[in-house]
Write a protein that binds this ligand. Structure first.
Ligand code: F3S
Length: 283
């Protein structure tokens, strides 16, 4: 089988940095190591870290049981309240929040300080968005889709600042901007979708358009992988979402000659290579 592997598949620089920091900390042997939430949405990596003694703090309440050690903040950041609680506890904090996410925190803090109403385009239950929202000092709304943008209303004099979750679907972001412009709102739009996401999505869409089948690899809870799947499915009817090679039970129609592969930002290279080799050799 002929395979096209996306150049921008797998770990982005923010995830690489965060994961490296956890391994460095383990190596240093300096006491307990915690991550606030799983460091990435990849069960294989998280399991490996757990075996090496890293504990995952899942909830704010769980922090009560942590009295000493180092806590690593993952690439999509935490809320302002969690950050302050970590500081108060006197834990050593290694902040691996991606600079692209930090930039959004700063924009939101600054613009809402100026009195603007913040609109975040993204998933309201995603930790990154929860973090972004927490930096607003005034009114803040989360819109999950262009449909929600269509029914969104504020008083005509309201000054708005619109930002997006770093991994938001770029096409949907553009659609949302058009909706806001048509409404005639006074809105300052900042495209905060990170370049790694934009490149990954654009490339995946292009590949999906030209292949007979498309495989998207990534964690079930990874929002950027789900978006890749959504984008590719629109262009290629034979699109498959898998976490690892074990999930791959392809029953490809005989006319399939070319398969495309892409992967979310938290998918290790090893898994991508395994899938690629398998597809090349077995079909
Ligand atoms: Fe950062 Fe974008 Fe990756 S925000 S963590 S470079 S997906």
């Amino acid at each position: 089988m002929e395979v096209i592997l996306a150049e921008h598949a797998g770990f982005c620089f923010g995830v690489t940095k965060a994961v490296d920091k956890v391994y460095e900390q383990i190596k240093s042997g300096k006491g307990n190591v915690y991550t606030y939430g799983p460091i990435i949405h990849n069960e294989t990596v998280v399991k490996d870290l757990e075996e090496k003694g890293v504990k995952v703090i899942e909830t704010f309440e769980e922090l009560d049981s942590v009295t000493d050690g180092t806590i690593i903040i993952r690439s999509h950041g935490v809320t302002k309240q969690v950050y302050e609680a970590l500081e108060q506890k006197g834990l050593e904090i290694i902040d691996a929040t991606c600079p692209f996410v930090k930039r959004i925190h700063n924009i939101v803090a600054k613009e809402s300080e100026k009195g603007k109403t913040i609109v975040v385009i993204g998933s309201s239950v995603h930790p990154e968005v929860e973090g972004i929202v927490s930096y607003a000092n005034g009114p803040v709304y989360v819109l999950e889709s262009p449909d929600e943008a269509r029914v969104f209303t504020v008083d005509s004099g309201t000054e708005l600042c619109l930002v997006a979750q770093t991994t938001f679907n770029y096409n949907k972001f553009k659609e949302t901007i058009e909706i806001f412009e048509q409404k005639g709102y006074n809105v300052n739009i900042v495209n905060t979708i990170c370049s790694a996401t934009e490149e990954r999505q654009t490339e995946a869409e292009k590949i999906a358009e030209s292949v007979d089948a498309m495989i998207v690899i990534g964690g079930m809870h990874s929002s950027n992988t789900r978006k890749l799947y959504e984008i590719c499915s629109k262009k290629c009817a034979n699109t498959y979402f898998i976490q690892t090679l074990e999930d791959l039970h392809l029953d490809l129609p005989s006319e399939v000659k070319l398969v495309g592969i892409t992967a979310g930002a938290s998918t290790p290279k090893k898994i991508i290579e395994e899938v690629q080799n398998y597809v090349r050799r077995n079909f």
